[in-house]
Structure formats: C-alpha cells, structure tokens
Design a protein around this ligand. Structure first.
Ligand code: ATP
Ligand code: MG
Length: 558
C-alpha cells in the first residue's frame, strides 16, 4: 500500500499547488491514503466560494485515491436548519461529487466531545469559569499585553467535574459558566489564552432536540470531528491559521489516535458580489432577491437556476487555483468558463429580445417556407433544423435606425442586409403611429439571394437574426447585470443592490424552443446563452434567464 501511494505521489510531484506539495510529503510509510472533508455549517445555502472548497477537498481525495466526507458542522443550534442541510446535499451532488456512505453530523459526536472534555478536566487541562463574556474580554489582554488569569482557574478537579456535569444537567442559565482550556494566559497567540471549549445555550437543536444545553465551540469541536473521522488533511481558509496551535493542542490531548494536519488556503472573493452566507441571507430576508436561488445570487442554487453547468463551475475552480494570498477574482472569468463549456454543446437558435416588425412587401401573402439552418456552427453533429420564413418577421429594435449613425451597418432606409439563413432584404420605408413611433419596417427581398443557393452577386455588411411572425413563440427573457455594486459612500466597503440587475423583456423565439422544459439551454444567436427558468416557466409560456452574454472584456492568459 505504502509503495502504491508513494508511486502516486511521485507521479504527481510537480502537480498543482502548495497543498499538493504538503500531501506528497506526507504520503509515505505511515500515511498511505489521504482523507479529507467538506464541513459546511448548515446555516445558509452554499455559494461559489464553497464550490472552491468542495472541488479542492473532493478533488484531492480523487486525485490521490483517498476519500472525502461530507460533514455538517452543526454545533450552533440557533442559526441552523434542516432546509440548509437538504440544499447543501443537493448542491454537492449537483456539482458532481459523491460522499458515498460518508455523510456525517458533528452533532452525532456530542457524547465524544463531552468525554474528551471530562478527560481534559481530569488531567487538569480544563476548568469551569464563572466570568461573564465581558469580564472574559477584559481578562484576555491584547496583542501587546498578556492576559490575566481567571480567579476560577485553580478550581479542583472534583469541583470542575461537579460544575461541568451541572452545566450539562441544565442547572445554570445561558452565559453564567463556560468550560475553558487551561493553556497559557500569557501566550503571544490570543487563541491559546484559555479558550472557551463549551458554552451554555438552552436551545433546540435540529438533530439532537433538547438533549443538550451545552454546546462545544468551533475550535474545540472541529479538530475532534476531524480526528474522530480519521481525516488526514483538514483544509480550511486562512482565518484559521492563527487557530492552528489550538487545533493541534485539542488533537494532542484528545486521546484520539488520528493526527489530522490543518492546511490553510485563501478563500475565494469575487468582484460584484458577496461571498458570505450571512450577507446573502440578509438579501433573501429583506426580499431584495427572489430567494436563495435567485439567478443573480452567487449561490450554487442561483447559478444552477440561471443555467450555469457544474462543468463550468468546476473549470472555474480549477482555473482560479489555490494560494495563500487573498485576491479578488474578476467575475468575468466565471463568464468565460461558462461560455467555454456551453459553446460547442448548446443548440443555437434565433430569438428576438426586443421585437420590431418587418413586412416584406414582395413576399407572397400567406406563404411560409422552411429554411435549413445548422444547430451549432461549431458542432456539425448537432445537425440542422427547418426554420419557417414568411412575409412578416421580427428583428431586434436595435438592428434598425431610421437615421443611421456612422458605421451602422444594419438595417436603415435604402440599405440592404442579410437575414441569417434566408435572403437579402432592402428597407423601403417605415410605418408610424399617430405619435410618430415606428410600428413596422417595410422591405423588399431578393429571391436570388437565398442562403445556400450559391449566390455570389454582391456583399452586404450586416447579418441579422430574425423570427417569423406567424409562427413566433412569445417568451419572457430576463437579462442580468451584477447583483451588487460597490457603494462609494460606504466607509466599510459594503455593497449596494444594483437597481438594474434584472431587466425583463417580452420577446419572441423561433418554434425550436417551443417544446423546451425548465433547465433547457440555448444560445440565442447574437444575444447570449439562455436557460428556461425552472420555477417560472409554465407549459404555455417559457421564461428564459440569460446565463451569460456572448462577449466580455475577459481574455484568458495565453
Ligand atoms: P460563510 O461566511 O459564507 O458562512 P463559512 O466559512 O462560515 O462561510 P462554512 O459553512 O463554515 O462557511 O464553510 C464550509 C467550508 O467552506 C469551510 O471549510 C470554509 O473554509 C469553506 N469556505 C467558505 N467560504 C469560502 C470561500 N469564499 N472560499 C473558499 N472556501 C470557502
Ligand atoms: Mg461559518
């Protein structure tokens, strides 16, 4: 076994980042298989930052032939809920990862945590403290000044055991007592100054009900969870770097055989959005978005509803890489990954977002013909379809200008353009209503210019997409911009909701979209990638979310 792991490690050496290096160093005679975990707290829906952690933890396990657990870190009952547990499981699965039979809950280790606490008390390594939270803050000291010892620090083992069991029995109110580790009030690392291990909280827990009224603190519970599960590499974000000595202390005194190694990496942060469950929850609770899965949200469920694929998210997580330096990733990189994934596999059809009627005066009334158009110019195997063409069509309002500005090569009076897959048309005039608004554009077509007929007579500069009016399928399209914008007036650098983040349009599409179901994706020619909304589409009327536009400023590094 050891040999096999060593071979794997040496084959992979030079792969990836500092975490790979650490793991490759560790794999040897004593460590033959790695075991990681993804440990969300079920206090909200997962966001794309969590996807980075999921891809990293499950990805490392897969790469090195190890295992990765899904573990709910449910030690803080007041903020947690089963709704979040269910959504997190769904999201991890959808991203393409499998925890097999290793779904765990920290709350199922509550007895073990308690046993370890008793062991620490008996060894003189923990004591019950009666200081209030405020007093404890005063005693803690600062970065430059050592802390002061609690007056309760030297209680006898017997007294501590008695008080701790009474804490557990529910004799004391919230906040009156804590169990603290006895480490070093003068430590330069504040985390080591007798940190709290247990607090009293008379709160109902979504799994353990009212069985407990004392709950372990993260810094005590997390290393024990890892050790109980035999985790070899506990990968977490940078803010835990200063907690690592405490992590190691808890593991060392736990009496558990496993010795997990904590490794920190920089959390993902992205432009134009927030990456915090607490802030995202506030948007949901204030009704500023349509739930956790609003397509503007950076949540996994929001991205899924918008139409983003798991492949694109995994590619994004691969491309951003892993480092210790915190930097903001430009959200256009995600857009790039989305387009890159969709471009070859998504059917290309025509939809007009803001319709303007075109009447082709010399095309026979009542006639429609079917024109063959390829389903995806990049992927011949996706074949062709028949698109109806007739006397009345729709084009985009922005593809016509009555008085064209310079370099406007689309339709205007007297000008000729190509209709994609159909004919050349020339504008002969416009119809207007009583207020002078254009209600239709009049054109003639040249039958000799039919697409595919080999016509080479003359060149035109513009090619427009179009939808035949008599067979048009009315749809709703939703276009998005960044959900949040930096608030220049906020000294804390907080962000504000972008008032233009959602635009809803009455649009039309060719018949090819008619049978689409929620979740189906199309490229709407020249308009971007769209996905039929799973919540708001009905059998009679489809709502399409724009996943991403066709172009952005982002250029991938060569
Ligand atoms: P939030 O502040 O959004 O609630 P969290 O870190 O409190 O984030 P957890 O549920 O505790 O959320 O996170 C589960 C795992 O995901 C942790 O290992 C955490 O380090 C990781 N994680 C959370 N946010 C990010 C992020 N932005 N980038 C990378 N990993 C993250
Ligand atoms: Mg958290």
């Amino acid at each position: 076994m050891a040999e096999e792991a060593k071979t794997a490690a040496s084959e992979l050496s030079g792969t990836g980042n500092f975490i790979h290096t650490a793991i490759q160093e560790d794999l040897g005679d004593n460590l033959t298989k790695i075991h990681t975990r993804f440990p969300p707290e079920p206090n909200g829906y997962l966001h794309i930052g969590h996807a980075k952690s999921i891809c990293l933890n499950f990805g490392l396990a897969k790469l090195y032939g190890g295992k990765c657990n899904l573990r709910f870190d449910d030690t803080n009952p007041t903020k947690e809920d089963v709704e979040y547990v269910d959504s997190i499981k769904q999201d991890v699965k959808w991203l393409g990862f499998d925890w097999e039979d290793r779904l765990f809950f920290a709350s199922s280790y509550f007895d073990t945590f308690y046993e370890v606490a008793l062991k620490l008390i008996k060894e003189g390594l923990a004591y019950v403290c009666d200081l209030s939270a405020e007093e404890m803050r005063q005693y803690r000291g600062t970065l430059n000044a050592p802390g002061k010892q609690s007056p309760y620090r030297n209680r006898s083992v017997e007294e501590n055991l008695d008080l701790f069991s009474r804490m557990k029995a529910g004799e004391f109110p919230d906040g009156s007592h804590t169990l603290r580790a006895k480490i070093d009030m003068a430590s330069p690392n504040i985390n080591m100054r007798d940190p709290v291990l247990y607090r009293i909280a008379h709160a109902h827990h979504h799994k353990t009900g009212d069985a407990w009224c004392i709950y372990p603190m993260y810094d005590f519970a997390h290393p024990l969870e890892d050790a109980i599960e035999g985790i070899t590499h506990s990968i977490c974000t940078m803010e835990f770097e200063d907690h690592r000595p405490l992590y190691d202390w808890v593991v060392a005194h736990s009496g558990l055989p496993a010795k997990p190694r904590q490794i920190e990496f920089a959390r993902l942060s992205m432009t134009n959005t927030v990456m915090s469950k607490r802030k995202l929850r506030a948007l949901v609770e204030e009704g500023l978005v349509d739930g956790w899965d609003d397509p503007r949200m950076p949540t996994i469920s929001g991205l899924r509803r918008r139409g983003v694929t798991p492949e694109a998210i995994r590619d994004f997580c691969e491309k951003i890489g892993v480092s210790k330096a915190i930097s903001k990733v430009d959200s256009s990189l995600l857009d790039y990954c989305i387009r890159d994934d969709l471009k070859a596999k998504t059917p290309v059809v025509m939809a007009v977002l803001r319709p303007l009627k075109v009447i082709i005066e010399n095309y026979p009334e009542g006639q429609t013909e079917l024109l063959p158009i390829e389903n995806n110019p990049e992927t011949a195997s996706l074949g062709t379809r028949q698109v109806p063409f007739g006397r009345e069509l729709y084009i985009e309002q922005e593809d016509f200008m009555e008085v064209p500005e310079k370099k406007f090569f689309r339709l205007s009076p007297g000008k000729e353009v190509r209709l994609k897959g159909a004919y050349f048309i020339t504008c002969t005039g416009v119809d207007k209503d009583a207020n002078g608004n254009i209600t239709a554009v009049r054109c003639t077509y040249d039958p000799a210019t039919k697409s595919g007929s080999g016509f080479e007579g003359r060149k035109v500069k513009g090619t427009l997409h179009w939808v035949n009016a008599s067979t048009a399928v009315p749809i709703t399209t939703r276009l998005y911009e960044a959900m949040l914008l930096d608030d220049p007036n906020d000294p804390n650098g907080d962000m504000v909701m972008n008032p233009n983040s959602l635009e809803e349009l009455s649009s039309v599409a060719e018949p090819a979209v008619k049978e689409a179901k929620g979740g189906d994706r199309f490229q709407f020619m020249r308009n971007g990638y769209f996905c039929a909304d799973t919540k708001d589409s009905t059998a009679d009327h489809l709502v399409f979310n724009r996943i991403v536009a066709l172009k952005s400023a982002y250029k991938p590094a060569k």
